[in-house]
Structure formats: structure tokens, C-alpha cells
Design a protein around this ligand. Structure first.
Ligand code: MTE
Ligand code: MO
Length: 256
């Protein structure tokens, strides 16, 4: 699918225009969960359309006055992984965000280049499965335009975020990772955040870059993102369930 087509169906999402949904429906139908829902549904077009419109709706946004003074930090808050420590010590001057996998043009961007990308600022509520919520203001590069820059190949279906921290023991198998589908990847509020509450993103919250995917629960919001990989499926990663916590029993789609 070309970048233009993608932009087209995402615009369609915002407008709720049914005609533009054909391509999107094809993509969404590849998700087994969605497929199961659709199989059991009568009046497929109508239901598919409703489903897509709800997936593209914006998460609530709040005002400056609502920002939590004590936004919680959770999971990894100070990664001890040597590669990460080294990057941190050098003020992330050697950090590169890698975008690769099923893309036409793999990218390797320093933080200045990431900051120069199309950005979005939003004040949203973070909901953790553990039962707490905090409101924060995030600024970051929109994932959709970044993916368009790399150019997704036809068979790309999911975007995987590879993180710097290992929560599950040393080595690549213990590393935190997450994945989302293209609907969430192109959602306007899906950003790689480098600022929190008007300051440089703190280490505890995922410096130098963390995902905000506002329609989903906290564990989907990968911190310490090193690499963004476009894949056709994620069966070969970790235990094959699409994320660190998913491999340990959490739902892959954690919509809120
Ligand atoms: N790399 C990485 N990302 C992560 C985690 C983690 O441990 N490592 N924890 C997740 C969980 S469960 C939550 S609730 C949020 C916490 O983000 P915060 O520290 O900014 O509150 O990050 C998510 N992303
Ligand atoms: Mo969480």
C-alpha cells in the first residue's frame, strides 16, 4: 500500500467516510481477533465500519490543570543494561532510533532528527492494569509520518518496539518489547514521546523515547525504544505473543 493510500484511509477514519474503509477493512481482517469478531457478525459492512470508527476515535485529552503532580513511574525505571547506561552517560548523543524490517528505506535517526519530525503534543490519562492512573502532557514524533518516511512494504502488518531494558533477566530474550497494528500505528495520538510535562523525558519514564499509544493500557506504551520494526507477524519474537507482558499472559489488544 502506498503512503498516500494509507493517509487516505486514515483521513477516512477521522471523517467516518465509509467508502474509504475498504483498504482498512482488508488490513484489519488480517488480525485474528478482529476476524473472529467479524465472522460471528451479521451485516459485516456495518459492523466492520463501526469497529473501525471506534478504533480511530481519539482518547480524551485534558487541560494543563489536570496534569498529575506525581505521575507514577512503573516497570523499569532505571535500566541497568550496559548499552543503555553508556548512552545515558553520553547524554544520548550516540543514540540512534532505528526503523527497519519491512520498509523500503531503513532509517537511523539521532534525537535532533527525531525532534525535527512531525510532532504532536497531548495531555492524556495513562491507565495501568495494576489499577492506577496518572495524567501527563506528552510531546513526540507522530509514528504514522515516521513510518511513511521509511515507507512500509506491502506485507507489513504490525509495528514492533524493541526496548533497551531487560525486565525478564539478562540477554535479548529478557528485553521488553511491544507490538501494535497499523490502525494504532497511524492513529494521530500515537507518538514516540521525547518530552513529558514540558521537559525532556526523564529516565524513569523511558528516556530518550517512549511510545504513547493512547487507546491502550499502560504496558503497551513501550519505554526506552531503540528500534521500530515493521513485521508481517510477531510469532518469531519472544514467546510469540507480541509483547513482554503478553508473553506472560496479558492480552495483546489492551484497548481502553
Ligand atoms: N521498556 C519498558 N516499557 C514499559 C515498561 C517497562 O517495564 N519497560 N512498563 C510498562 C508499564 S506496565 C507501564 S504502566 C508503563 C509505565 O510508564 P511510566 O513509568 O511512564 O508510568 O510503561 C510500560 N512500558
Ligand atoms: Mo502497567
Amino acid at each position: 500500500m502506498s503512503a498516500d493510500t494509507r493517509r487516505g484511509w486514515l483521513k477516512g477514519a477521522a471523517a467516518g467516510a465509509a467508502g474509504l474503509w475498504l483498504t482498512a477493512c482488508n488490513k484489519v481482517n488480517d488480525d485474528p481477533r478482529v476476524r473472529a469478531t467479524l465472522r460471528s457478525a451479521e451485516g459485516l459492512t456495518l459492523r466492520a465500519q463501526r469497529l473501525l470508527i471506534s478504533r480511530s476515535a481519539l482518547a480524551p485529552e485534558f487541560s494543563e490543570a489536570d496534569i498529575s503532580s506525581d505521575f507514577r513511574a512503573n516497570g523499569s525505571i532505571s535500566p541497568g543494561d550496559p548499552e543503555y547506561r553508556k548512552l545515558l552517560l553520553d547524554g544520548f548523543s550516540d543514540y540512534r532510533l532505528v526503523v527497519d524490517g519491512l520498509v523500503d528505506t531503513p532509517l537511523s535517526l539521532n534525537l535532533a532528527q527525531v525532534r525535527a519530525l512531525t510532532s504532536r503534543t497531548q495531555i492524556t490519562r495513562h491507565d495501568c492494569v495494576e489499577g492506577w492512573s496518572s495524567i501527563g502532557k506528552w510531546k513526540g514524533a507522530r509514528l504514522g509520518p515516521l513510518l511513511d518516511l521509511a515507507g512500509l512494504k506491502e506485507d507489513a502488518r504490525y509495528i514492533v518496539f524493541h526496548c533497551a531494558d531487560s525486565l525478564g533477566g539478562a540477554g535479548p530474550n529478557g528485553r521488553y518489547y511491544e507490538s501494535i497494528d497499523l490502525i494504532d500505528a497511524y492513529h494521530p495520538q500515537t507518538i514516540l514521546a521525547y518530552e513529558m510535562n514540558g521537559s525532556v523525558l526523564p529516565v524513569a519514564h523511558g528516556a530518550p523515547l517512549r511510545l504513547r499509544v493512547e487507546r491502550q493500557l499502560g504496558y503497551k506504551h513501550a519505554k526506552y525504544v531503540m528500534r521500530v520494526e515493521a513485521v508481517a507477524d510477531f510469532a518469531h519474537l519472544g514467546a510469540g505473543k507480541g509483547g513482554f507482558w503478553e508473553d506472560r499472559g496479558y492480552e495483546w489488544y489492551a484497548g481502553i
